[in-house]
Design a protein around this ligand. Structure first.
Ligand code: ATP
Ligand code: MG
Length: 559
């Protein structure tokens, strides 16, 4: 581990029980796992669950975990995705033992395919893709044997070699396992093992014009790497008999075992690379790392910490039953981590100018503010104060109800760290819009309490106008406003039109770093914020990572 971020995931689950039993019986000496993404997109929060499981198990049992790129679809795979996947796994705090490509094994896979043919357990089929599909049968009807099923071993060997040697066009032949066209499990009805595909591969270039399919590749790659526990999601349960069949026929360096667990499904989000890709290519977001995307890179940009993601995976656990996780779980994991970690500052996102008329014009003073209320190690900073300040527009109301404990005409409020102020006058522009306020302050209330014991209920944040830094703040919210966008016939209808609001008049206290150092801040009363990648000293740009409280609880109740 590069740090202790992933320390906490040692909760028990059925997979750990299996491993415990395998170690106790001596079936397994050292645990070896792998995380096997296809490099056809960026990793998302669902992948984080699999990463935490595979790497977490290996770490806790003193084992090894490989990051293996399952790259058997040359048309969809790209170097950009490979780089981003490596970066994301490292950022989450995990170290791989090795980082192979399934394509590194193409020679060995080919030799194994030849072995199957020699044994009479694979044949070259020359039906068209349509014929193969039709003859596969259905859940209720058995399939039909291919007319090419009884080709001789010699003929199959020759045809397969010719396929490899580029004698045929795409789709002319495939190599199929010879299992059982009447099997109740459709995956066992002579599954295709190899296809002809004239495509340049990111790793093997133009070396191959035939490519193995996932089911043939996966178990054999596991066996090459000595993977003991091949952990995958539930949709592969029906593929396990094929996984086992292939390993049973062939002489492999080791014998891995597949175990399935439930995919992460998260409310208000999509966890399908295909749909996320669509979001990017159609321009609904700025890229794979748009801070609203629940990709690992989007979450990083937004201000998630790796610890918050690992803790989330820990909280949801590993089960064998599919269920949907509430978004609140992820948000709570994030808030808990940021609450402990974030540096406290004051910023005003939607500013209203306040002139304190009895405060001397040329005077300034500094208040000492704790950088973290519970952690003295964080130290303090000096917060400047002067005659003109900005407060949040929401903290003023002209016709305020009795229970509005912030500022309104004639009422008094406490400025955090500083003084009590009382609103004397509201200045409006020609359109009747509130332009600024005139207030007075009570010098005796310095530090936030009054010697006469006068009670002031509300405390608001502020920024000294003269010392403030102008900034833009992006307020992010859920990308989708319906709980299950993936189920909608068209997920576009579930897009939240208010998922990004740009506030370009924000004002920060000067102690906020603008140099590109990504510090997690809590802006008091507003939420958690971090500088965006596009932020510069001249044009600061911050992302709101998360609000302080769940504003969706109310919305959901009304749904
Ligand atoms: P997608 O549908 O997004 O493309 P995938 O399963 O095809 O997902 P892979 O790159 O093949 O993506 O996945 C790598 C590993 O991550 C696999 O072992 C897969 O089971 C796991 N994984 C993918 N999505 C989830 C998820 N939502 N929850 C848990 N594990 C997941
Ligand atoms: Mg996949």
């Amino acid at each position: 581990m590069s740090d202790d971020s992933a320390e906490s995931s040692e909760t028990s689950n059925f997979i750990r029980d299996i491993i415990d039993a395998d170690l106790a019986s001596g079936k397994v000496e050292q645990v070896v796992t792998r995380f096997p993404p296809e490099p056809n997109g960026y990793l998302h929060i669902g992948h984080a669950k699999s990463i935490c499981l595979n790497f977490g198990v290996a770490r806790d049992y003193g084992g090894l975990c490989n990051l293996r790129f399952d790259d058997t679809n040359p048309e969809k795979e790209e170097q950009e995705y490979i780089d981003s996947i490596r970066r994301d796994v490292e950022w989450l705090g995990f170290e791989w033992h090795s980082n192979p490509f399934a394509s590194d094994y193409f020679d060995r896979l080919y030799a194994w395919a030849v072995d199957l043919i020699r044994q009479g357990k694979a044949y070259v089929d020359s039906q068209s893709a349509d014929e193969i599909r039709t003859n596969r049968g259905t859940l209720t009807e058995p399939g039909k044997n291919s007319p090419y099923r009884e080709r001789s071993v010699e003929e199959n060997l020759q045809l397969f070699e010719d396929m490899k040697n580029d004698r045929y066009a795409d789709g002319e032949h495939v190599l199929r396992a010879k299992i059982d066209m009447a099997s109740p499990n459709i995956n066992m009805r002579d599954p295709v093992l190899y296809r002809i595909l004239h495509a340049t591969h990111h790793n093997t270039g133009d070396d191959w014009v035939i490519y193995p399919l996932y089911d043939f590749t996966h178990g054999l790659s596991d066996a090459i790497e000595g993977v003991t526990h091949s952990l995958c999601t539930l949709e592969f349960e029906d593929h396990r008999p094929l996984y086992d069949w292939i390993l049973d026929q062939l002489d492999t360096p080791s014998r891995p075992e597949q175990t399935e667990f439930a995919r992460l499904q998260l409310e208000y989000s999509l966890t399908s690379k295909r749909k996320l890709n669509q979001m990017v290519s159609e321009g609904h977001v700025s890229g794979w790392d748009d801070p609203r995307m629940l990709t690992i890179s989007g979450m990083r940009r937004r201000g998630f910490t790796p610890e918050s993601i690992v803790n989330f995976c820990d909280m949801i656990g590993i089960t064998k039953k599919n269920s949907t996780i509430e978004m609140g779980v992820l948000e709570t994991a994030l808030r808990d981590d940021l609450n402990a970690r974030a540096v406290r500052r004051m910023a005003v996102i939607n500013p209203l100018r306040v002139v304190i008329e009895n405060y001397p014009e040329d005077q300034e003073e500094f208040f000492e503010g704790a950088n973290h209320p519970q952690n003295p190690d964080y130290g303090t900073r000096q917060v400047p104060f002067s005659r003109e300040i900005y407060i949040e527009r929401d903290d003023f109301m002209e016709d305020a109800p009795r229970k509005f404990f912030r500022l309104s005409p004639g009422r008094e409020v406490r400025l955090r760290f500083a003084y009590y102020i009382t609103c004397k006058e509201v200045i409006k522009d020609a359109n009747g819009e509130i332009e600024s306020l005139v207030c007075t302050y009570d010098p005796a209330s310095r530090g936030g309490s009054s010697p006469d014991g006068r009670k002031v209920k509300g405390t608001i944040h502020w920024v000294s106008a003269r010392h403030a830094v102008a900034a833009t703040v992006n307020l992010y919210d859920r990308l989708f406003d319906s709980p299950n966008p993936g189920a909608a016939a068209d997920f576009h209808t579930a897009l939240n039109p208010d998922s990004k609001i740009v506030m370009d008049q924000a004002r920060f206290e000067p102690a906020i770093e603008l140099t590109g150092n990504r510090i997690a801040y809590q802006f008091e009363r507003l939420g958690y914020f971090i500088s965006d990648y596009d932020s510069t000293v001249e044009r600061p740009l911050f992302n709101r990572t998360m609000t302080l409280r769940d504003s969706w609880a109310k919305v959901e109740k009304s749904l």
